[in-house]
Design a protein around this ligand. Structure first.
Ligand code: SF4
Length: 805
């Protein structure tokens, strides 16, 4: 087909491919001197001049004060005119933005599928700087050295695959033992004003250093990796005003555990949480990262903080002085890294840090928040175990130098009193830098002397990679962790383990009591001589007085690795860990007709849809990992877990029935309740249902990342217009869309109604209305069969056009 040069231009601009060879942030050659950084910092410093120019264009159109989050996000919009002109007050919560993120980070479990998808696009290099982090596949058991060796041996094939992809496409490779994705990002890449995507739901951790960092699925990451604009509905802005100053036992963790209790796991959905107020200036940079990290638990798109002196100190301490200078200049001269005076938030919550007491959240959900002073009573009232069985601190959040030094001050006090922890105590340093620094400063010896086990610099128990041998599987018990998420079975795979989240300081105090009702603010411990004593509140340093140690330098990748196009990415055809991807079938352009395979009842997180733990090893093998699909979900009609019923009443495991219906050519749908897919940015929770024949998910509401992931994989996500209609539909019912084609042909879509005809097995019929949020691009993904198919089609068209011209 002959294509005009104008069409070629349109096609190019719709793809906005960053030319290979100029990978990285925008050129700094014409920058004012105050924004310039030495060459070795260029790929780690946002293109401030270009961002300021675009922000000025945004201001011209919107003509109103902007919040910090709006400034950073809107200055990364690809086409300001297209995004904002004529929209006036209809931006937040309504307008889809096409964005050019500056950077991508991927953890080993999700990177496999992201890279397998990226490979199908046929590029020689990533369009933006990117990094891979080997952290999720390391099991915590004996201790760092042994666990690392064992996990490398078991996962060698996957690590080799990731390493070869990194080499071929010019991606930074942070190998096993180097640390956890978000801690390494904070130490190396997060910068005020940066916009980045990460294939992990706790990517917002980088907001502690003033970035807009968003957790996404691998297919979204491929947008950024290929230079294709990434689409996001402009979030609403939730302002959290902090006043006062933390003191005593209260810690940054308490800001977010308290906020989670107020907002619930759905309260932040569709929002960016933006902190402001005098209290912000009193927080450490790593403390703010902790707060942003766990903002994922309220469903927020991300969280961020304005530029502070503590951010500057942290940038300097992590050997990024020139970037700190550039950020200070851009903020002092243009106010880019703070909200405008008079900027309006959609909602404001105020927290007085001076009055904030420690909180403990859980079990099984991060928003069940109890102030420490009421926790003992809650333990009794709810029949939670009265004894603690283990305490765990660290992970990607709460493993900062400040956290560790405050914990060490408690352990030191206990040692002086001659007492040891009453339960096993585990410490997970977030990175090799943290490990080396706490070792250098004597904290590791203090912890080991107390009998603690220091695990590898990796996720370990936080993601179910905990080879726990102190408790019998299935036995009810309580653990306290300073992690960020506590869904059932998340840590040790035991659904009877009640997992509570709190600050590392409170975890540490509690292990010396072993009593779940212990309150270190008022309850006394007994020293080695039988005398009672009260622990002093923890003390610590924000940053290491003698500087951060880099540790094993072999972990450090090249700062800006160049692609080696001749490098080979080898995937064995007989591997059970990795398999190349086959594209999904494109949409057949006729109304959908499918059957209800399952009605899910209650909480259904991505852990329920695509379990982690032992299944993590199959992340790169879609067929194998799909055998875990929805095995944690409860059948709403029978109350059974992992049970679905065929037309003849025969019962199957949920994935077994999916496989059976797929082999019979029977498309299916799943019905669910609220916040379906909350939790991790796990795209397998969308990929596996699609692979096994799912065409639609119909629920009362979705978690943001999961809804996007479904759209990216060609599954239609719909919500009930009337929630009570959930009760009208029965298992095995036939559902037909009545006006899907009309919606797909509507170029102005973005939201609307789709009507379904439901025919239950008993012959009862209902016509119900559902709602969709498919944008114009997402409609194209659906038609193409998936977002990756769509990007691949565009690239092939572009290459064809370039050959013609
Ligand atoms: Fe790893 Fe846990 Fe952090 Fe996720 S939340 S990156 S699993 S440490």
């Amino acid at each position: 087909m002959a294509i005009s040069s104008r069409n070629l231009h349109l096609l190019r601009s719709s793809l906005r491919v960053r030319p290979i060879g100029t990978r990285g942030f925008a050129s700094h050659s014409s920058e004012p001197i105050s924004f310039s950084v030495p060459p070795e910092f260029k790929t780690r410093s946002p293109p401030y001049p270009a961002l300021l120019t675009r922000l000025e264009e945004v201001r011209q159109i919107l003509n109103r004060p902007l919040t910090l989050a709006e400034k950073i996000l809107y200055s990364h919009v690809v086409d300001v005119e297209e995004a904002f002109a004529g929209k006036n007050d209809h931006i937040r919560g309504e307008t889809y933005l096409k964005l050019n993120p500056d950077r991508v980070a991927m953890q080993d479990a999700s990177a496999q599928m992201a890279l397998l998808q990226f490979m199908t696009c046929g590029m020689d290099s990533t369009a933006v700087p990117a990094s891979i982090h080997c952290d999720h596949l390391i099991v915590g058991h004996e201790g760092a050295k042994q666990d690392l060796q064992a996990s490398i041996a078991v996962n060698k094939e996957v690590f080799d695959f990731l390493h070869s992809c990194a080499l071929k496409y010019g991606i930074q490779f942070w190998g096993p033992g180097s640390g956890i994705i978000h801690q390494i990002v904070l130490e190396n890449f997060s910068v005020p004003g940066l916009m980045m995507l990460g294939t992990d739901s706790h990517t917002p951790n980088a907001g502690g250093l003033g970035a807009i960092a968003i957790g996404v699925g691998g297919a979204d990451a491929v947008d950024a990796l290929t230079g294709t604009p990434w689409e996001l509905k402009a979030p609403r802005i939730l302002g959290v005003k902090l006043t006062g100053q933390l003191n005593g036992w209260s810690a940054p963790k308490d800001v977010i555990t308290h906020l989670a209790g107020k907002l619930t796991v759905r309260g932040g959905t569709g929002y960016i949480v933006e902190y402001f107020g005098d209290g912000v200036q009193t927080l450490s940079c790593t403390g703010m990262a902790t707060i942003c990290n766990m903002g994922a638990e309220v469903g927020a798109t991300t969280s961020t903080f304005p530029y502070t002196d503590s951010m500057k100190r942290y940038l300097m301490a992590t050997r990024r002085g020139p970037i700190a200078d550039a950020a200070s200049a851009v903020n002092n001269l243009h106010g880019y890294l703070r909200a405008d005076i008079g900027a309006e938030y959609d909602q404001v919550i105020e927290i007085n840090l001076s009055e904030l007491e420690p909180h403990i959240n859980g079990p099984f959900t991060p928003d069940l928040s109890t102030p420490l002073s009421q926790f003992g009573e809650a333990v009794q009232k709810n029949g939670w175990p009265s004894k603690l069985s283990a305490g765990l601190i660290g992970s990607c959040t709460n493993s900062s130098y400040q956290d560790m030094s405050r914990v060490a001050s408690i352990v030191r006090q206990a040692k002086e009193k001659g007492i040891k922890p009453k339960v096993p105590f585990f410490i997970t340093p977030g990175s090799e830098q943290i490990r080396a620094t706490i070792e250098n400063d004597g904290f590791t010896d203090i912890f080991l002397d107390a009998g603690a086990k220091v695990l590898a610099n990796a996720c370990g128990p936080c993601i179910g990679q905990w080879a726990r041998d102190d408790e019998t599987a299935g036995k009810s018990n309580a653990i306290l962790t300073s992690f960020n998420r506590n869904f059932r079975a998340r840590n040790d795979g035991n659904p009877a383990t009640m997992n509570f989240l709190t600050s590392p300081e409170i975890v540490t105090a509690m292990i010396y009591s072993g009593d779940m009702a212990f309150n270190p603010l008022k309850d006394k411990l007994i020293d080695a001589n039988g005398n009672e004593y009260l622990l002093e509140p923890p003390q610590g340093d924000e940053l290491p007085p003698s500087g951060f140690q880099q540790g094993d330098l072999e972990y450090l990748p090249a700062i800006d690795p160049m692609p080696v196009t001749t490098a080979e990415v080898v995937v064995s055809p007989t591997s059970d860990r990795l398999a190349l991807l086959e594209p999904f079938e494109p949409f057949e352009r006729k109304e959908l007709k499918m059957n209800v395979l399952l009605k899910v009842k209650g909480k259904c997180t991505t852990d329920h849809i695509s379990a982690a733990g032992a299944w993590l090893k199959y992340k790169g093998h879609l067929e194998n990992i799909s055998n875990n699909t929805l095995i944690g979900a409860m059948n709403g009609e029978t109350g059974e877990v992992n049970k679905a019923y065929d037309f003849d009443g025969a019962g199957y495991g949920i994935p077994e029935l999916m496989i059976k219906w797929k082999s019979e050519g029977r498309p299916w749908t799943v019905l669910a309740e609220h916040n379906y897919g909350e939790g991790s940015a796990r795209e397998h929770a969308a990929l596996s249902p699609r692979f096994l024949g799912g065409r639609m998910i119909l629920c009362k509401s979705f978690a943001r990342i999961h809804e996007t992931n479904l759209k990216k994989q060609g599954i239609l996500p719909l919500t009930f217009a009337n929630e009570d209609d959930y009760d009208l539909v029965k298992g095995c019912a036939t559902i037909e869309t009545l006006d899907l084609l009309q919606m797909l042909n509507n170029p102005d879509a973005g939201s609307g109604v789709i009507t379904l005809k439901v025919t239950n097995q008993d012959g009862t019929e209902h016509v119900i209305e559902t709602k969709h949020t498919m944008s114009k691009d997402q409609i194209e993904f659906f038609k193409a069969g998936s977002a990756i198919n769509y990007i691949g089609n565009l690239r092939r068209q572009r290459q064809g056009l370039e050959q013609q011209t």
